[in-house]
Every structure is written in structure tokens, then in C-alpha cells.
Design a protein around this ligand. Sequence first.
Ligand SMILES: [Zn+2]
Length: 497
Amino acid sequence: MAQAKQITPRAQDFSEWYTDVIEHAQLADYSPVRGAMVIRPNGYRIWELMQRALDDMLRATGHRNAYFPLFIPMSFLAKEAEHVEGFAKEVAVVTHTRLRATGKQGKDAIAVDPTSALEEPLVVRPTSETIIYAMYAKWIQSYRDLPLLLNQWVNIVRWELRTRPFLRTTEFLWQEGHTAHVDEADAEREARLILGIYRRFNEEWLAMPVLTGLKTESERFAGALRTYAIEALMQDNKAIQAGTSHNLGQNFAKAFNVQYQTAAGGLEYVWSTSWGVSTRLIGGLIMTHSDDNGLVAPPKLAPVQVVIVPIWKTDEEKTQVSGVGSRVKTDLEQAGLRVELDLRDTMKPGAKYFEWEAFGVPVRLEIGPRDLASGQVVLARRTGGKAPVPLQNVTSSVTTALDEIQGALFHAARERREKNSIRGATKAQFIEFIKGSGGFAYGGFCGSPSCEAEIKQQTNATIRVLPDPEFRSKEVPRNCMWCGAPSIVEAVWAQAY
Ligand SMILES: [Zn+2]
């Protein structure tokens, strides 16, 4: 990726814009392995901050972290019929364990050693239900062992043909929770609890508003009883699925024979859930907030929250402004903020502003000799607006600004989503909307998979969720938006990533 070119404006080409933002903010780069990406320090820091916040929420609700192996015996995938069908087309398979020197030159110098073929091939985890349930069968004996609430932070491989940084890559990072319960009600409570945690995490940390609801059968996780999801609307009016939580029923318990002794002395299969969010959230964050100048990072997840840029002409001025700059930096760091002091003398202030803007830093403090003479510094917000603040109150001014930016980003994103949502549209209006500006379209649904398939085929829109009550329209739709048959449930359609 060359650095010199400008960021393509959103209005010109949204997809180019997206990759330009990633490049200019140095979040990720393409790797020598097709479809896999390198997450650079700026991008990885966002992930670490996400991990910490979500991990705290999961821990606070009784979940513990563990680690299960990357390799899964191939036969395990076959044990749950729907599951194998869902993942068979995208798994990487390990068949050999050794290379050998051939004595030839160049790329032929090594070859797979045919004598090292594995008796049973291993798949690289596309998700870990199968290996985890194999272990749960050992660990769970009695109702006293339940609920078992585990999570792991790992990498996943799904052999994708069409990839985009963060949104869809062959290898990605995620957390996957896997829990086992005594009955369906407890598993259902867990699946819903996690959906609520995901929502809160997305809204409070990413400042990304989400719809919550149930997936239809065609969008359900392979092997699940019910899949719940959170869905967000990006600036190009396409949806992304930002997280899923599955009530797996007893499907995996039966496939892996995970039984427990009930309090009454009988034998029962456990009820289980699984749930995950991934580095895809970084793609969602980018497409929710960023602008034509580059990344806009919500303050809570910004790798750098404040950049201090001293301005000077003479050496004497430089000594003065950088002295104040480092004092301000220390104060802000003591207040728990992530701060950079930009003392590079190879760059003009304007060029520095430009670069830190592309990096998404929410607040910039400009410290010049004239400002100091009047006891102030200039506070510039990444989201617009610039004003002097008294030097003595700089910490409280900065923390207030960061809180305001975090809140304003969420409200702007929610307002944008609502402005780009339609309710109760007719078939013709729906088609015009989806093929035009796009967004979330709410409408009645007859429940028929063939209706769903026809809509997808003609408009490329899918049901993102059957929304939870709080998101449903005041007026209950009476007819299916597409076929006119009686509606059994309200649905939200959109084109999606
Ligand atoms: Zn219909």
C-alpha cells in the first residue's frame, strides 16, 4: 500500500474510501497469504481495548476464559449434521506433518513428506463447538457442574473466496463463548443475556447503535435452535452483523453425548449456547464514524485519545512549548488518558494535524507561544470545532470533550440509522428503497422461506433480524410486504456485508 495518495471521498467510492481509511490510519495491511490480513499496531490496539472492555463484562457475569486447541479431528465436524454442512465449504485441512528436502533447487527444494500423512486429517477451527463439547462430555457429570460458562479469545480460519480487511478475512480474531445449562430456559436466558452485553458493548464502547433480534431459519447458525444477532447500519446503508448469540438446544450435547445427572437422579442432555464477536467490529467502527479525512475513533477505543502538538519558530519557543507540552501530557496520563506529544521537527504543524486526523485521534491540543502568553491552549475536536481552553483546566476540558465526542458519535450514528430506515413500505416502495439509497426496511413477513429467497434473489436484501419488541413499528404490519399474505412477524431487511 503506497502512502502518498489521498483518501477517496465516500461519495465517490465507498469501498475505496474504506480501504483508504485503513491504509492511512495504518490499521491493517494485505499479507502474502491471499485473503488474510496483517493487523498493524494501530488496529491491534483497538482490538486490545475492545477485548479488555468486553472481557470485563463477560467476567462480571460469571464467565471464565479457557483455551482449546486450534486443530480439530476431521471426524468431529461430521457429528452434528447441520454443522458439517454449514462449514464444510470453508475449512482448511491439515493432512501432513512434515516437509522433506528434495535436493532440488529453488521452490522445489522442499516438498511435503508423503510418509508423514496423518491417519485422521485435522481441520483448523472454523469455530470450536465440536472440540469443546468433546471436552464437556468429560467435565460435566452432574447438575452441580452446571452452568458451565466458558469463553476463549482465539483466531479462526474460514476459507473465504472474497475477502475485505476486517469484514471478511480467511483468518480472523474473535471470542467464542460456550456454555452448558440444566434446561432450555437457562440456556435461553444466557443467549439473551449475551445479546444484551453485546448491545451494551457496541453502543457504549464503539458508539455503534444496533438492532437486536432473532434470525430467520435461513440465516441461523448451523446447528442452532435459535440465533440472535445485533445488526448495525453503515454509512453506505448496508448492514453488518456485529455479533451473534445462539441457543444451541441439545443438538451438540446429543452429538457429543454430554449428559448430566439431574437433582432427581435422572440422566439429561445439557442445553447449550455459543456466541461470538470478532475483529469484524473494527470494520463496523470504521464504517460507522469515519469521514473523508480518515478514521474517526470513538474516544473509549482510540489508541491515542489526545495528541499534543506544540508550535514553535525559534529554539527558545520550542523549549517553552515542549516543556508545557510534556507537563500537560503527564497530567493527562495521570487522569488515565492515552496521550502522544508530537515533537517531530521534520514536519510542519499542519502536516501533523493531517496525519493525526487520519489516525482518528479524537482530541488535539495545539500549544503555541501566543496561546501560552494568554494562559491557554487550543483544543480541536476530530469531529469538528476548535476553541481555546485555559491551561489550568486542560485535563477537565479534555475529559469533557472526550465524553461529549463519545456521546455525539453514538447519537449521530443512531440518527443516521433512523433517517435511513423505512417502515410499513409496500413492495414497490421496498424495491425502490433497497435499490436506491438503501437502509433498514421494516415490513410484515409471512414467514415463508421461499418469499425470503425471492426477495434476496431480486433485491439482494436479506432479513437482518426479526426485531425485538423495542424496535418494532407502532403499527403492527398486517400483510407480508412481498407477497401480501397475512404477516406473522415484522422483519427488518437490508443489503448486508
Ligand atoms: Zn410473503
